[in-house]
Write a protein that binds this ligand. Structure first.
Ligand SMILES: *Cc1c(COP(=O)(O)O)cnc(C)c1O
Length: 402
């Protein structure tokens, strides 16, 4: 383990945390990609992951690798966590965490609005392994408390939640989870470590899709879980090594390189989102806009308490039929790309029809569906505001909205 720089601030950590001690002749640029599948060993050690010791030397890159290790040290430092574990994708990180912490007979409480892949994993796959899942509106603390059962082992929230940017209160939900026998994991992909530090608010795990803001350039997939040393070591052994979703060293290198500009990018994403939110809020074709940094967001007060950077993702709904406007925007936008994903340097916009996502991903009915429709109406436009000049983003939206 390399020395960590104590008490550095976030922007410094994204550049220096975990760096090797200064020596003459070491590169100041990015660390090398350790493009190797395996390593020589100083002595005979066990062949099984079950024999893995703490602080073992690198052995096989599905287990650990120096480029991944640097990324992990940097992420742990940024989140204020003891340890981090990288994965091939955000979904590999979430599925590894779920399968490590939950088994047959256990119960998961899940935010009823979250990344569609996570919702589908929880609804379609976990029950096949005997894991019960309750999806609740985690912006409603009473609903979370009511969903807890004696066998609830994990509460998983996403704040802000993709795609409607609804917030959940991390500290309060942590207390509810810990009052039972449960742990709390927080997917903080949208807020990034620059916005929120869930571990400091009582979460047991933070999950990130590194594919989004942390990598930032849309050129590499990755995921991570950050938490206590002994939990992360168990996750490495129990889920990374055996489920096998390890990050490639080259992707880790791209993510480390992208991360060097995370702090200035997030400042600019936020500033641009503020401008775009104000433009959209006054546009005659727009019904409502959701961005946690705006006083118009229904949970702006919570956002101010829980977020130090409001990020660059916003959602808006149309006054008239959303589907028709989506087709028009896909055709007319020039600066903004009509594409999935988020957190990239360039602006991305995508339309998510309400009935589709309720049916395919969220399986909501009753109060959950009613509440989702209240935010999303017939569909939300998820807009990841990029780093172009905000006047150009707004001019593009203006001509495309028509
Ligand atoms: C993209 C995303 C994921 C999944 O990450 P991948 O890297 O695409 O597997 C999980 N959670 C959130 C909030 C996301 O935006």
């Amino acid at each position: 383990m390399r020395d960590q720089q104590p008490k550095s601030r976030d922007a410094t950590l994204t550049l220096h945390a975990g760096a090797a001690p200064r020596e003459v002749g070491l590169p100041v640029s990015s660390p090398p990609v350790m493009a190797t599948s395996f390593f020589t060993h100083p002595d005979a050690i066990g062949f099984s992951a079950n024999d893995l010791k703490d602080a073992a030397p690198h052995f096989y890159s599905r287990w650990s690798n120096p480029t991944l290790e640097l990324l992990e040290i940097r992420l742990a430092a940024l989140e204020g966590g003891e340890a981090a574990l990288s994965f091939a994708t955000g979904m590999a990180a979430v599925s590894a965490l779920f399968l490590d912490r939950l088994g047959s007979g256990d119960h998961l409480v899940l935010s009823n609005v979250c990344y569609a892949g996570v919702a589908e994993l929880a609804h379609d796959i976990l029950p096949r392994h005997g894991i019960a899942v309750d999806a609740v509106d985690t912006s409603d603390l009473e609903a979370v408390a009511a969903a807890m059962r004696p066998n609830t082992k994990l509460v998983h929230i996403e704040t802000p939640a993709n795609p409607i940017l609804r917030l959940s209160e991390i500290a309060a939900i942590g207390e509810i989870a810990h009052a039972g026998a449960a742990e709390l994991s927080v997917d903080a992909t949208i807020s990034t470590p620059l916005g929120t530090k869930p571990l400091s608010l009582g979460a047991d795990y933070v999950v990130h899709s590194l594919t989004k803001y942390i990598g930032g350039h849309g050129d590499a997939l990755g995921g991570a879980v950050i938490g206590r040393q002994e939990r992360i070591a168990a996750l490495r052994k129990g889920s990374l090594i055996h489920l096998g979703g390890s990050l490639s060293p080259f992707a880790a290198w791209l993510i480390l390189r992208g991360m060097e500009t995370l702090a200035p990018r997030m400042m600019m994403h936020e500033a641009n989102a503020r401008r775009v939110e104000a433009f959209l809020a006054n546009h005659p074709k727009v019904r409502s806009v959701f961005w946690p940094g705006s006083p118009r967001h229904p949970q702006h007060e919570l956002a101010q308490r829980q977020m130090r950077n409001f990020s660059g993702l916003l959602a808006f709904t149309a006054k008239e039929e959303g589907g028709a406007l989506a087709r028009q925007l896909a055709e007319r936008l020039r600066v903004v790309s009509y594409a999935v994903s988020l957190g990239k340097t360039k602006s991305l916009l995508f339309y998510i029809p309400t009935e589709d996502i309720l049916r395919s991903s969220f399986h909501l009915d009753g109060e959950g569906a009613r509440s989702y429709r209240e935010w999303a109406v017939d569909g939300v436009f998820r807009f990841s505001v990029g780093l172009e000049d905000p006047d150009d983003i707004i001019a593009d939206l203006e001509q495309a909205l028509g």
